[in-house]
Design a binder for this molecule. Sequence first.
Ligand SMILES: Nc1ncnc2c1ncn2[C@@H]1O[C@H](COP(=O)(O)OP(=O)(O)OP(=O)(O)O)[C@@H](O)[C@H]1O
Length: 266
Amino acid sequence: MSTTAFLEISRLTVAFPRSPAPVLRDIDLRIDRGEFVSVIGHSGCGKSTLLNVVAGLLKPSQGGAVLEGKEVSGPGPDRAVVFQNHSLLPWLTCAENIRLAVDQTLSRQMSRAERAGWVAHNLALVRMTQAADKRPHEISGGMKQRIGIARALAMKPKVLLMDEPFGALDALTRAHLQDQVMQIHAALGMTALMITHDVDEAVLLSDRIVMMTNGPNARIGEVLPVRLPRPRDRLALAEQPDFVHARKAVLEFLHARHANPALAAA
Ligand SMILES: Nc1ncnc2c1ncn2[C@@H]1O[C@H](COP(=O)(O)OP(=O)(O)OP(=O)(O)O)[C@@H](O)[C@H]1O
């Protein structure tokens, strides 16, 4: 086996109390620094469970996650999470929401003035400078997600964890945010683990797509490398054979070989 991975999930099994069988069983996944990895699978297979273990929000029954040689034993600023529904504090402005996270994580490394500049920098990164003084209820859902992403990135995490970050957005806003995340990934080279239901999104954004089998006892069924050159342009890719092949491979996995049992029975 090669040297230690940047993020390594090994022999991960998660069982919930009162559930007859584990949700996840024996999951092994190695993620390199700077890699963008998506996890896709039918509803209820355990994608969020997997992400929550890496986030340190959930204790596994067996195995676990190791980030840069350090075992994940709880939440930490080295793993920032973006959830499907923004988790901004409603009484703070957008800038203050980011500032709070920055103050909590970087106050030892940066002076007050540097932190203010860093908040402004991250607002600009998601093109939300104009919303700095607005409160979450004054901006759209897409804008809230952008602030959530800026807040996560502002913590300088080693890994950006995203649980269906665009799932609640309309298709046009989703496309726009996907493009922004691709640009940010190109600029920062952050390591990202993203849960998604959207096959096109997975292919467009990822270096690898992890396809989960149905639960209980869900496992990684297949891992598809996406070798499309970057930067990726959604319009140009739509007809490219490599994009079409990758998309088809994921669709076949999900709908032919591992069809959702709940839907199949309906
Ligand atoms: N805290 C919990 N206690 C008991 N069961 C749980 C708990 N959290 C999740 N589960 C169960 O574990 C399974 C996997 O849930 P999880 O949310 O990880 O799936 P998912 O693949 O992310 O689903 P979706 O795509 O619908 O968000 C589901 O059957 C769910 O009901």
